[in-house]
Design a protein around this ligand. Structure first.
Ligand code: G3I
Length: 370
């Protein structure tokens, strides 16, 4: 390990040693390519996680809220908003001059339980849902107007086969819930960038459907600035050729910026939905093989593939405006609990000791040559 370990970060927050100041940072390494973003949690934004807070400030020039702006957190009851964590997140970004991204305004998952139903638990009618969406978006986007620079307006609305997800939003409003969300967000802050964000963006049918949907909105005069390609990868998926085709197609076919919005790569055996993951101890162990640390061959395979992916992002930096990693250090990642709960995964740019992963070395070396 060569840089930015825990000790270095601790030093950088307490003094201005020349050595620390001279260390290259990720945001410098990619400054001519794209913004380097990171999803942070409430502890990192507030400083309760002081090391995570310092790494975010040092290496990244964009942040996104991993959880604190999701509907169930920020708007738990119809007439009740919870602002403390979101306010701290925005304040941290402003204090560090970062491009701040809000995530996410309309998403079927983590939607507050009251949002789609009436007092009898039945789905509300279209007019009621429109009014709730408008209130939700106006209130949140309005509070951070001019401060949050871009919003994931709609998240994960299209399935891999190109069909619309059968969510409550879709059942009640049909396809129109997506343009409505973009309309409301633009009305609330005309200067904010607005994005559509989704996963499995390498899938051709999904790619085509999203291009059609985004172009349909643009033809109606709605503002759509970016397409967020979540980058939840594994050691053997996605096919990088297909992922690259989507980067090019989204940019060329819609004129939107492409953003790699949720980058991480599992180091663990890939689990398919049909795999039996819970019947025997042996099965559990084979799916969670690295509880005591990542062996050298697995670490090399992970670092090699991450470098391949990063090279692909740099190659298309004319189309990609931001690359955002989904979490601070390996111990923080949601991948430890998905698709199998309680595994020990190694998916992020910083390990459990906040040491930077080796594949980034070649990009940082270039900073010193500039
Ligand atoms: O904060 C509570 C804590 O109080 C409680 O004790 C604990 C018990 O389970 O739960 C904590 O909340 C969890 C939260 O993460 C913070 O850790 C939720 O249960 C858990 O569901 C939540 O998971 C998040 C997930 O979205 C669902 O919102 C992950 O952190 C987050 O990384 C993940 O992010 C999503 C993107 O928003 C959209 N794309 C997919 C991506 C991965 O699922």
């Amino acid at each position: 390990m060569f840089i930015a370990g825990m000790a270095m970060i601790a030093v950088s927050t307490t003094s201005c040693s020349q050595k620390v100041d001279a260390e290259p940072t990720l945001k410098e390494a990619f400054k001519d390519d794209f913004l380097m973003g990171i999803a942070i949690n409430a502890d990192q934004a507030s400083g309760r996680d002081s090391i995570g807070n310092a790494i975010a400030a040092k290496h990244f020039n964009s942040i996104v809220a991993e959880n604190v702006m999701k509907c169930e957190k920020i708007h738990p009851q119809e007439n009740e908003y919870f602002w403390d964590d979101a306010d701290a997140f925005v304040k941290f970004g402003e204090e560090n001059g970062m491009f701040i991204i809000g995530h996410c305004l309309v998403w079927h998952s983590q939607c507050a339980p009251w949002f789609l139903v009436n007092e009898n638990g039945e789905e509300v009618d279209a007019e009621t849902l429109k009014q709730r969406m408008r209130d939700h978006i106006y209130t949140i986007v309005g509070r951070y107007k001019g401060r949050v620079k871009g919003w994931d307006v709609v998240n994960e609305a299209i399935m891999e086969d190109g069909s619309y997800r059968d969510s409550g939003f879709y059942r009640i409003l049909g396809e129109e819930f997506i343009p409505l969300a973009f309309q409301y967000a633009h009305e609330a802050d005309p200067d904010a960038e607005l994005y559509y964000n989704d996963y499995s963006m390498n899938e051709p049918a999904k790619r085509d459907a999203i291009i059609k949907m985004v172009n349909g909105m643009k033809q109606r005069g709605l503002r759509v600035d970016g397409i967020g390609m979540q980058g939840h990868m594994g050691i053997d998926y996605p096919d990088l050729g297909d992922f690259e085709k989507s980067i090019v197609a989204f940019a060329d076919s819609t004129g939107c910026n492409v953003m790699i919005t949720e980058w991480d790569m599992s180091s663990l055996p890939t689990v398919t939905q049909s795999a039996n993951v819970s019947d025997t101890v042996a099965a559990r162990e084979s799916l969670n093989p690295y509880v005591d640390g990542l062996p050298a061959d697995a670490a090399k395979a992970w670092n090699d593939r991450m470098a391949q992916v990063m090279d692909m992002f740099v190659k298309h930096s004319d189309k990609i405006s931001r690359v955002t990693v989904w979490g601070m250090s390996d111990g923080d990642s949601w991948r430890n609990d998905w698709p199998v709960v309680g595994r020990t995964d190694y998916p992020l740019l910083f390990d459990r000791n906040h040491e930077m992963k080796p594949f980034l070395g070649k990009y940082l070396e270039n900073v010193n040559k500039q």
